[in-house]
Design a protein around this ligand. Structure first.
Ligand SMILES: [Zn+2]
Length: 217
């Protein structure tokens, strides 16, 4: 494990999810990403069984919904240890009932104060959607479901836009955040200020996470 250099451990909020604020949870996630980018992770190399068992019961402080892309391992890019964050990954973070149910569980049962939606540059699922809309050829199988869910973001940008891919990626994050903020089970805790939903983007080239849609509070 790397020397923390006096920095607070990345799991400082783990175990404090209940009663923790969305703002503190967001700051913790972004601090972990800065450790990752700087090449000085606290937890990044400690993926041993001993570290896993030392975490004890899980008391995460955030849930991150990201893409399945193999270049975006969420615990690593936020430098988080076992028990610190819940992770959900689908192609281009597409929501379905299982994903929504999982997020509701994390918020309601585990008391997590922050939901982050993390898109990333050069997303293959968004590119597949752009291709489908450009060619008029809808993919076969359940990939069509992903494309259908991403298509509104691409359509809002317009396939003729020279920057359709990066713009649609950002738009799709915003749409996913908006859907979560309107979820009937999430509205009460969001209104009460106990829970926040934030949108962010991961840069494959630098490893940096940038907030796209910060929570209102
Ligand atoms: Zn992706």
């Amino acid at each position: 494990m790397a020397d923390t250099g006096g920095l607070p451990a990345g799991s400082a909020l783990a175990g404090q999810a209940r009663g923790g604020t969305p703002r503190a949870a967001l700051a913790e996630l972004l601090a972990g990403n800065r450790r990752f980018v700087s090449g000085q992770p606290v937890h990044g190399h400690d993926v041993t069984a001993a570290a896993a068992t030392a975490s004890g019961d899980q008391q995460p402080y955030a849930v991150v919904l990201g893409c399945i892309d193999s270049r975006v391992p969420l615990e690593a890019i936020f430098d988080q240890t076992f028990g610190a964050i819940c992770v959900i990954r689908t192609g281009a973070h597409v929501l379905d009932r299982a994903v929504l149910g999982s997020i509701e569980y994390v918020v309601e049962v585990l008391g997590v104060p922050l939901v982050m939606v993390l898109g990333h540059e050069r997303c293959g699922a968004v590119q597949a959607t752009v291709d489908a809309l450009c060619t008029g050829r809808r993919p076969q199988g359940q990939l069509a479901h992903l494309v259908d869910r991403i298509a509104p973001a691409v359509a809002e940008v317009g396939v003729d836009d020279p920057h359709v891919l990066p713009a649609a990626i950002r738009r799709h994050v915003a749409r996913t955040v908006a859907t979560l903020r309107a979820d009937p089970r999430l509205v009460p805790p969001i209104t009460a200020g106990r829970v926040a939903v934030a949108g962010a983007l991961y840069d494959l080239a630098t490893g940096e996470v940038a907030l796209l849609d910060p929570p209102a509070r």
